[in-house]
Structures are given as structure tokens and as C-alpha cells.
Write a protein that binds this ligand. Structure first.
Ligand code: FRU
Length: 451
């Protein structure tokens, strides 16, 4: 079985959104959108990985795959809920009305029908795809309620003995919306209300509404919110919200943040960890497939799990304590990190910079800036430089460097910039306070960095 440490990556071929993220019977389960045959998006399955600590992951196979009419062209994104000791998976089944003649994994002109299904597993190990699936919300035919094609990504939660489901959708292909359903048994669902808004793009994917520190936070992935001309026009956003559970009325604060300012992260999903913290995981989109010798080519990985907290009306995405605990070895001053991921801690001043194997980080005009142009060459249509909003003179950085991903946590998660990179050099240079590594440290080298 394929294992990953720290970042969950595709076990070969293609992955996208995290699905069914849950702490269940002593393990974290992270399912993911998975195309098992090639490193491209196609007919979706749910791959399944398990971890004791959110750091060491083991891929344990395919949990969901198409078996019935409603999901014959894919098991799209969804969530997990523990109910009476069992594990419920909720997901979107899609059925294409027309496929490309040469590639049945691709739908023509968005001619698809979506419905919402569930499957209950007794133990989180066995998933009866042949007889265990139930359609819980059939294709919505009333346009005012939903969209028959683009209604997807159920997120279910329990509140005061009732169950709620948020679904992403579009109003006439022009405005994103969230549909709210309620149920007393997590099986029979009744439509209650919806929230529409221009900040939800032309269509909303992967809605998530949850309470943290007494406040509701809404996270979603609106489509087409960035200008034309870039490949990624869909981006995950986050905002404070109010939710009246009685009427399922959501109101959202006008101010919103990006979940991540590196613009590669997408489709976040949250759930509670073992200790009741609200934790977010998300897909890191990769424009190029990685072809390492001896490995099946792979595309797609997850960001580090992040603890969501709200302080003074702002959402923070902080390093998870389990990630913290992994980095046990301090690299001696003057040496550079050995093989494997490493963590750099530093505080910069205006004008100071870091060069991490060609990936640049610096402070300018009160923002933390990053530039990946040296480690992202030859890839068209993607942004190369990124910046946080203004930071009021405070630039404490906590960086996590893995082979294809650099995550820059600024001021304890006030903002995060995460960037996919290709071909990072094995040097670090600039104003660095500390470097830390985990259990696998194989080689030490002389290093230029100033301590
Ligand atoms: C988001 C998304 C979801 C959908 C899934 C299909 O990346 O488009 O809305 O369920 O991916 O793979």
C-alpha cells in the first residue's frame, strides 16, 4: 500500500477534491476524487486514505465507484457523517446525457444530470457499492429550487438533533447559490431555503458552513471569480456568516477572504479533529504531472491540514499541532536541510528576503510576496507572483517546503500562500532563523543561510 508523510498525494494517476474528511473510530479518513487510470480528470471514484495523526497517511484503495444509473459517469464530491457508530458517505452522482465519442470520461456541453446519494458503511472499511447506495435527493427539476445539472457536493452536519445539508448550485448559470436541506434522520431530506450571491461566482462548488468559536464561517469554491486569461478562474473563499437553523436562512458578511493567497488551493473541506478543533484540508491543483522514476505518474495533492479559527472578525488558517509535532529536529546553524520536507521559521523586515531553491519570498509595501517563476518555468496561463493583503508591519513566517509545494503561513495563519512548484533547488538562502525537519533526515550539507 502506498504511504505518504505530511502531504497526501495522488497514489498514481489523478486526484482532486478532498471528500468525506472525518475522525472516525480512532482514525482520520480522507477520501478524495480519484481517476485511477491516467493522470487526468475523468470518471470520478472516491479513493480512500487513513491516518492516525493527520501526518502519516496510507492509501487503502477505492471506496466509491460508479455502479448505478445515477452515478454511472462519476461519484463526485461529498462528505462523511458518523451516525450511530456507522459511517455515512454523501456524494453527488452524475449521469452524462452525451459523452465525447472518443473519450467517454468527458461530457459534451455540460449535458449531465446530478443527484445526491448516500452509502452507509458499518465500519469505514467496507463500502457496498452494489447494494448499499440510495438516492437521497433526486435530480432537481424545478429551476427555482436548484439546477438539474450543476447541483453538487453535499456537506452534512448535525445541530441540536437535526441534520442539515448544504449543496452548491447555480441560478441560471449566472449566480452561485447554496441550497439548504434538513432531515431528522440524515436520510430523508427536505429542501428548506437557499442563499444566492454574486460573491459565489456563476456557480458554487463545495459549500461548507460550520461554527467556530461561536461564529458561523462559510467556505465555498465559486466558479469564474477571477479575470479571464488565467487558467484558474475558480477560487476558494471564506467569510463570516449568520445561520438561522429554524429557517435555514444564511446571511453572509460583505467582506470575504481567499482561503489561500497562492491561488492554487481549491475545494476545501472541514471537519472536527480528535480534540474538537475545526480543521480544513484542500486540493492543491497541479498543472503538470510528476513523473518520478519507478513511480506511476501522479497529479494532485492535499495541502497541510489547517486549524480554522476566528479572531476579531478574521479567519485564521493555522498550522495543526500534529504537523508541529512532526518537525522534531532542528538543523544545526550553517547547514542545509537533508532529504524530505523541511520547515523554515523566520521574521522578516521590509526589504528582507528568502530564496528557497529558487522560490522567492520577501516583504514589500507591507505585504508578504512570493515569486515562483524560477521553479515553474514553461507553464503557460498561471500566476507566478502572489501577495498577502497588508500586514501592519508584522511579518512572522512559518514555511513548509516539500518537493512540489511550498506553504507560507504568515503571522500564525493570518494569511497563507501555498504554491505548487516544479524543480526546487536544494539550497536555502536569506534571512532564516531556524530550519526544522521530521524523522527522515538523511544528509547534511554546508549551507549559505545566515542564522
Ligand atoms: C470541484 C469539483 C466539484 C465536483 C468535483 C468533480 O473541484 O468540480 O464541484 O464534485 O470537483 O471531480
Amino acid at each position: 500500500m502506498i504511504k505518504h508523510t505530511l502531504h497526501l498525494k495522488a497514489p498514481g494517476n489523478w486526484i482532486n477534491d478532498p471528500n468525506g474528511f472525518i475522525y472516525y473510530k480512532g482514525n482520520y479518513h480522507l477520501f478524495y476524487q480519484y481517476f485511477p487510470y491516467a493522470p487526468v480528470w475523468g470518471t470520478m471514484h472516491w479513493g480512500h486514505a487513513v491516518s492516525r495523526d493527520l501526518v502519516h497517511w496510507e492509501h487503502v484503495g477505492v471506496a466509491l465507484f460508479p455502479t448505478r444509473m445515477e452515478d454511472k459517469n462519476g461519484c463526485f464530491s461529498g462528505c462523511a457523517l458518523e451516525q450511530g457508530g456507522k459511517l455515512n458517505l454523501y456524494y453527488t452522482g452524475v449521469m452524462y446525457e452525451e459523452t465525447e465519442a472518443e473519450n467517454i470520461h468527458v461530457c459534451v456541453d455540460n449535458k449531465l444530470l446530478s443527484s445526491q446519494l448516500m452509502l452507509t458503511s458499518e465500519d469505514g472499511v467496507h463500502f457496498d457499492n452494489f447494494t448499499g447506495k440510495t438516492v437521497v435527493i433526486p435530480t432537481i427539476l424545478d429551476e427555482e429550487t436548484g439546477d438539474k445539472r450543476h447541483t453538487r457536493d453535499p456537506k452534512v452536519w448535525e445541530e441540536d438533533g437535526q441534520f442539515y445539508m448544504a449543496l452548491g448550485s447555480t441560478y441560471r448559470g449566472e449566480t452561485g447559490r447554496v441550497l439548504f436541506y434538513r432531515s431528522s434522520d440524515a436520510r430523508n431530506w427536505r429542501y428548506v431555503s437557499q442563499f444566492r450571491g454574486k460573491m459565489l461566482g456563476v456557480c458554487l462548488e463545495c459549500p461548507d458552513l460550520f461554527r467556530v468559536g461561536g461564529r458561523y464561517v462559510f467556505i465555498g469554491s465559486p466558479m469564474d471569480i477571477l479575470r479571464e486569461g488565467v487558467v484558474y478562474r475558480n477560487h476558494a473563499i471564506c467569510m463570516l456568516a449568520e445561520f438561522d437553523a429554524g429557517t435555514c436562512t444564511m446571511t453572509a458578511a460583505r467582506h470575504w477572504q481567499y482561503v489561500d493567497y497562492g491561488m492554487d488551493l481549491y475545494a476545501p473541506q472541514t471537519n472536527l479533529d480528535r480534540d474538537g478543533r475545526r480543521v480544513m484540508v484542500a486540493w492543491m491543483r497541479m498543472p503538470e504531472t510528476v513523473e518520478d522514476a519507478g513511480q506511476t505518474p501522479w497529479n494532485g495533492m492535499m495541502c497541510l491540514p489547517r486549524v480554522v479559527e476566528v479572531k476579531d472578525g478574521h479567519s485564521y488558517f493555522r498550522v495543526h499541532p500534529e504537523t508541529d509535532a512532526y518537525f522534531t529536529h532542528k538543523v544545526p546553524a550553517g547547514q542545509k536541510p537533508g532529504a524530505g520536507p523541511y520547515r523554515i521559521k523566520t521574521t522578516l523586515k521590509e526589504g528582507e528576503s528568502l530564496d528557497i531553491g529558487g522560490y522567492k519570498v520577501w516583504v514589500e509595501e507591507d505585504c508578504v510576496m512570493t515569486d515562483r517563476s524560477k521553479v515553474f518555468s514553461g507553464i503557460e496561463g498561471h500566476l507566478l507572483t502572489f501577495h498577502t493583503p497588508e500586514l501592519n508591519g508584522e511579518y512572522r513566517l512559518d514555511l513548509f517546503v516539500d518537493e512540489n509545494l511550498v506553504e507560507v503561513f504568515v503571522n500564525d495563519g493570518q494569511y497563507v500562500i501555498s504554491n505548487i512548484v516544479y524543480g526546487l533547488g536544494d539550497f536555502v538562502d536569506g534571512h532564516i532563523d531556524e530550519i526544522w525537519q521530521g524523522e527522515v533526515i538523511q544528509r547534511w550539507h554546508e549551507c549559505k543561510h545566515s542564522m
